[in-house]
Write a protein that binds this ligand. Structure first.
Ligand code: ADP
Length: 373
């Protein structure tokens, strides 16, 4: 064997080894991906796939040559079956889709991102044509997107009514001044406009607290809260509002109770939300604030003798923008954000909220505030 042929053999061998290393690298790369990668031939038969494919398609095994349509049966956003083979085979340029869904055997539904790219599989002349599919579970992104869209649509809808009413009343007031100058009518129009502007201010406040709570920029600073003083402040602040509706505010304070260690601003805001609701949704009787020491903290309760909350509504009162359809609820202004914000604040200070209510009898909102030190 000449030196020449020996070295040629060596080069061929090392390039084979290099190719194998390259192949292993690529295999471990696509196997480490969280997205499913499936290569199919022109007839839609599986040629290659990575580990995540089994996960995303929720199957135990996958044999090469299996038809894609047997293992991947997506539905569209109206739950109509999609002819995946046709979709793949009609792809001429790389395309993506974010509207497909996949139903798993346990009934759960996931949202999928699917990209399809026509490719030439393999090298040189022997290579075959086909398609590479990439599938990603985008359920979480989709639900965040939907939540954001719904939020924007509800906020703009909720803002529109008070803005229209206040604009109408202000332009009415201007017209009355120009025409008759009837001061009582002007006063009434301005009063109605003012009520709506106050409502808007409340809503913007709730939204701002909410956005800070959601972005995690609200600070939890632990301080000593004197429960007696806190109750006195709340009674002083809310008695005028309660009186205006012919209601009485009572307090029941356990004499053994002195302080709790938490963030005063949030404990106060949570109780304020409970109290304003108790006053708003009570037609006769009153509101009772109570507090008692419990293991590792304090339990506060705000009870009312109001309209109560039906069983089905009880499950939804902490939802964003939820307001009961009960006509008595609709008699007073509200954003449906108060209890949602309350829940966010409670989480920040590790407090637990519970509620009991009976329609036409009354409601009790309780909060356990743990000592944070
Ligand atoms: P709102 O601005 O409508 O008061 P909240 O988030 O504070 O919003 O409350 C959501 C809904 O829960 C209210 O619209 C009402 O239907 C119900 N609710 C809350 N507190 C009470 C209560 N004390 N009595 C009766 N219904 C209540």
């Amino acid at each position: 064997m000449t030196y020449m042929s020996l070295s040629l053999k060596k080069t061929a061998k090392s390039s084979l080894i290099n190719e194998q290393i390259e192949h292993q690298r690529l295999t471990s790369l696509i196997n480490s991906m969280a997205d499913a990668v499936i290569a199919v031939d022109v007839k839609g038969r599986v040629v290659l796939y990575n580990g995540a494919t089994l996960n995303i398609l929720d199957i135990n095994t996958l044999k090469t040559n299996t038809s894609l349509s047997r293992i991947f049966k997506p539905v569209d956003k109206d739950n109509q079956p999609v002819d995946i083979l046709h979709m793949v085979q009609s792809t001429l340029i790389p395309t993506t889709n974010r509207d497909l869904r996949l139903q798993y055997a346990d009934g759960s539904l996931i949202n999928l991102y699917l990209s399809i790219a026509p490719v030439h599989l393999g090298y040189g002349q022997e290579g075959q044509s086909g398609y590479v599919l990439l599938l990603r579970d985008i359920t979480r992104e989709k639900s965040l997107e939907e939540e954001r869209d719904e939020f924007i649509s509800v906020v703009s809808h909720e803002l529109r009514t008070p803005i229209t009413i206040s604009e109408g009343n202000i332009s009415n007031a201007q017209m009355i001044v120009d025409r008759s100058g009837d001061i009582d009518m002007v006063k009434k129009a301005l009063k109605d406009a003012h009520t709506q502007v106050l409502f808007l201010a409340d809503m913007i406040n709730d939204l701002s607290t909410l956005s800070r709570a959601e972005r995690g920029t609200l600070e939890v600073k632990v301080e000593t809260i004197n429960v007696h003083d806190l109750f006195m402040e709340l009674v002083r602040d809310y008695t005028p509002q309660a009186k205006a509706r012919g209601l009485e505010i009572k307090t029941v304070l356990d004499p053994k109770l002195e302080v709790v260690y938490s963030t005063k601003l949030y404990v106060r805001e949570i109780l304020q939300n409970f109290i304003t609701n108790a006053i708003k949704y009570t037609e006769k009787g009153g509101v009772t604030l109570s507090a008692k020491p419990v293991a590792k903290g304090v339990e506060f309760a705000v009870s009312d003798t109001g309209i109560g909350i039906s069983k089905s509504d009880q499950e939804r009162v902490f939802d964003k923008f939820f307001r009961s359809e009960d006509y008595r609820t609709r008699q007073s202004n509200g954003t449906g954000l108060g209890l949602y914000v309350t829940m966010k604040l409670a989480r920040l200070i590790h407090a637990e909220i519970s509620m009991e209510s009976e329609l036409n009898v009354g409601s009790t909102f309780k909060i356990f505030v743990p000592n944070l030190q």
